[in-house]
Design a protein around this ligand. Structure first.
Ligand SMILES: Cc1ncc(COP(=O)(O)O)c(C=O)c1O
Length: 451
């Protein structure tokens, strides 16, 4: 598909004369639809990449046309108001304190990075080190504690922030792949005087298994040790739209005790990407990002109330992604968003039971949120062959266009790593019959691969 799309584009040359708006828009619409993904197809179940709501896309188009920016008052005052409104509403939903703050970012990875940046500079200040001015040299050995299956962006953020990936100390998980509070307590007690704890990063909704770390117990530990708690709720935050799921899924009730949390509404929020937010319990940590720039936010303008959001972000010009979210929240309302999350959760549970009912399939991870991890594993087949078979059958489905499913690698209890398949349910129009067809397609592809 990629090669075909590239070929359809022709030579990479800017034409001297344009072909006109209608023709160009038609050409790229056709290119993206013919050689790309149709996320509205219920057989697209690979990633946390939902079909966006039309109303969200409409809100986004308005932003594209008007092009406000959030950095300064005079580049988008109304868009600033919208972002503040959405941040306040989301902070309330998360149960954060009344003076919580936040900012939109270009994705969950960047929200995690921002959370760790604020945590790093706060940890420095506690040690009398002004990281912003002096760098990391005087910080001692930084330590970031996080579950063994934390999103890879946490490690990459540590590298980007100069902390080094070696600062990440993985904390053991329980049988449901949630961070073990006893293991965290032991790791915290083990910290020595030369080590500077930067943050504990908990996860509310792991990418593969949807596991929710026990946030209340973790928050009690970070509070006792005065360590920043960042929660990566990029995936799990959407559950909060459903009071029923919020009450039944364990662990989430500590979310409001986080110092910072990452949430993505381009996952369980049905927004076109990006729609990610970093929330903080209070505005003070953002001071590390504040800058006074004569051509953007001179002090007398700020004093006169002409304030922008330059000090909330590493970006200067910043797109108003909050507008599509606000449009959606207003148009659809929280209750319906909650029903959509519940539907996806039910589909994952249904898939789990259907996988368990098929002898050739083995359930690897139960449906905690909206994913289910499994593999094609007929009895008596060699492990290496099964790994290769699962990898091949997924590519076969991808190549044929009949189904788009996820792939991951899972370390099992005996320490062996195996190639697994994953279904990610984020399409609220998909049905149980679609789930059956997806599993039929998986089994048929495996049989064809073995033929
Ligand atoms: C738990 C978790 N955190 C962070 C991310 C990164 O989000 P993004 O792809 O928006 O950078 C993901 C992506 O799937 C995720 O599942």
């Amino acid at each position: 598909m990629l090669a075909a799309a590239r070929a359809a584009l022709g030579p990479a040359e800017i034409p001297a004369e344009g072909i006109g708006a209608d023709a160009a828009v038609r050409q790229f619409t056709e290119l993206l639809t013919c050689y790309g993904l149709d996320l509205s197809n219920p057989r697209a179940a690979a990633h946390l990449q939902p079909p966006p709501l039309a109303v969200a896309a409409a809100g986004d188009a308005v932003v594209g046309a008007l092009n406000p920016s959030l950095d300064t008052y005079d580049s988008g005052p109304s868009a600033i108001a919208v972002e503040r409104w959405v941040v306040e509403a989301l902070a309330r939903l998360a149960g954060l304190p009344g003076d919580a703050d936040g900012v939109f970012t270009p994705g969950g990875s960047l929200s995690n990075l921002m959370g760790l940046l604020l945590a790093r500079d706060r940890a420095g200040a506690r040690r009398g080190v002004d990281v912003r001015q002096d760098g990391l040299a005087a910080l001692g050995q930084p330590v970031v504690l996080t579950g063994e299956l934390a999103h890879f962006s946490v490690r990459r953020a540590c590298a980007a922030l100069g902390l080094g990936e070696r600062c990440v100390r993985p904390v053991a998980l329980d049988a449901r792949r949630r961070m073990r509070p006893d293991a965290l307590a032991a790791a915290l007690a083990d910290l020595n005087r030369n080590e500077t704890p930067i943050a504990v990063v908990a996860t509310a909704g792991g990418t593969d298994f949807g596991a929710i770390d026990p946030l209340p117990e973790i928050a009690s530990l970070t509070e006792a040790f005065s360590i920043w708690l960042h929660v990566d709720a990029a995936y799990g935050f959407g559950v909060l739209f459903s009071p029923r799921l919020t009450a039944t899924l364990e662990g989430l009730d500590g979310l409001g005790r986080a110092d910072s949390l990452a949430l993505d509404l381009h996952k369980l929020g049905w927004q076109p990407a990006p729609a990610s937010v970093l929330l903080t319990a209070d505005p003070a940590p953002f001071a590390t990002l504040e800058r006074e720039v004569s051509y953007l936010n001179p002090a007398d303008d700020t004093a006169a109330g002409f304030t922008g959001l330059l000090g909330r972000s590493l970006q200067t010009t910043r797109r108003a992604d909050a507008v599509k979210v606000a449009t959606t929240l207003l148009a659809v309302g929280g209750r319906e968003l909650g029903h959509m999350v519940e539907h996806c959760h039910r589909l994952a549970q249904y898939a789990q039971t259907r996988i368990q009912a098929r002898p050739a399939l083995r359930l690897i991870g139960p449906a905690e949120l909206t994913t289910v991890v499994f593999r094609y594993q007929p009895t008596g087949t060699d492990q290496a062959d099964v790994d290769a078979l699962n990898a091949r059958l997924r590519r076969r489905l991808l190549r044929s266009g009949s189904a788009l499913i996820g792939r991951t690698e899972v370390t099992e209890a005996d320490g062996r790593s195996s190639v697994c398949l994953k279904l990610t349910f984020v399409n609220p129009t998909a049905t149980e019959s679609d789930v059956d067809q997806l599993l039929d397609a998986v089994c048929a592809a495996a049989v064809q691969e073995c033929a």
